[in-house]
Design a protein around this ligand. Structure first.
Ligand SMILES: Cc1cc2nc3c(=O)[nH]c(=O)nc-3n(C[C@H](O)[C@H](O)[C@H](O)COP(=O)(O)OP(=O)(O)OC[C@H]3O[C@@H](n4cnc5c(N)ncnc54)[C@H](O)[C@@H]3O)c2cc1C
Length: 262
């Protein structure tokens, strides 16, 4: 799914990639950034401006399928990422890419709303779900380490401060898991609660960063060595606070919902 552009990330409605009608085709021009799987995928769902004359920015956008072997499609892999290094992330340029008008998803002008619907699931599956798994992995590693590591005549696990840290990590993890399950149950039942989904995304992703951070701390110096794995949990948790909607944007959404847009 390609929505983000160099000059429009959180502000999705301000994208500028255009799809202009030409006979039975659209001609797509523009660029996208941070697009997952763009150098290896066969198809991309591309958010484009098709109706620039619409009074509301949100009604100007459409989703169009682009086959990545079409002339004018160029994807360049981004290197040197902090997080999810196993996942392909790319910059994409569309140089007058011609696609048939039948590649339009649904109807014109609904692209923004389709993306928001997609986020109802993506924020739970690709955001909160990953956060819970990452935090659980970090907690498991921390528990295993403090039970084995000897210090002050016993194990780290026998120290009250360490027990308190483990208790806090486990508690915020379980709180996040419950929030995710509640939000996901609503989506599965067909009544997505946008504010609850945003709460689950923000809370679980921030929680995963905190739990992974404490897991590193409990490993002491070993925590920064890649072979102990907890450093990679922290690196991968960090990006969860950014993609599929940053935590700040999630809070804006929650606030607007509770305050009625005031
Ligand atoms: C590894 C990775 C994979 C990605 N995969 C995809 C993908 O497949 N497809 C895709 O389309 N995009 C993808 N993205 C892009 C991602 O969705 C954006 O990075 C994200 O939406 C933030 O946009 P931005 O980077 O332009 O930051 P900006 O929007 O510039 O935000 C910068 C900072 O300002 C804050 N901010 C912005 N607006 C507000 C506001 N109204 N109120 C308060 N704070 C605000 C943000 O919270 C953030 O802290 C990916 C990103 C990464 C890192």
């Amino acid at each position: 799914m390609a929505s983000t552009e160099p000059d429009a990330g959180s502000d999705v409605a301000s994208i500028t990639t255009t799809a202009v009608k030409d006979g039975d085709d659209y001609i797509i021009s523009g660029s996208k950034i941070f697009i997952t799987n763009a150098t290896i995928g066969d198809y991309l769902l591309v958010l484009c401006v098709t109706n620039p004359q619409a009074p509301r920015k949100h009604d100007r956008l459409s989703t169009i399928i682009v086959e990545t072997n079409r002339p004018g499609y160029e994807a360049t892999k981004l290197h040197g990422k902090l997080s999810i290094r196993c996942s392909d992330t790319a910059e994409v340029v569309f140089k007058e890419v011609r696609v048939p008008r039948s590649n339009l998803v649904g109807v014109e002008g609904k692209g923004f709303y389709q993306l928001m619907d997609f986020f109802n699931r993506a924020r739970l599956e690709g955001g909160a779900g990953l956060a819970i798994g990452t935090a659980q992995g970090a907690l498991d590693k921390a528990i295993s380490h403090v039970k084995k590591r000897k210090a002050f005549g016993g194990t780290l696990a026998q120290l009250g401060v360490v027990q308190s840290k483990i208790a806090e990590m486990a508690t915020i993890l379980e709180a996040g898991r419950s929030l995710l399950y509640r939000a996901a149950a609503g989506v599965d039942a067909g009544h997505a609660d946008h504010a609850l989904i945003a709460m689950a995304k923000w809370y679980t992703c921030e929680m995963a960063v905190k739990v992974a951070d404490e897991a590193i701390q409990l490993h002491g110096g070993y925590g920064i060595l890649e072979e102990y794995d907890v450093a990679h949990y922290w690196r991968d948790a960090k990006v969860l606070e950014i993609f599929e909607g940053t935590k700040e944007v999630e809070k804006v959404l929650i606030g607007k919902t509770l305050l009625g847009g005031k």
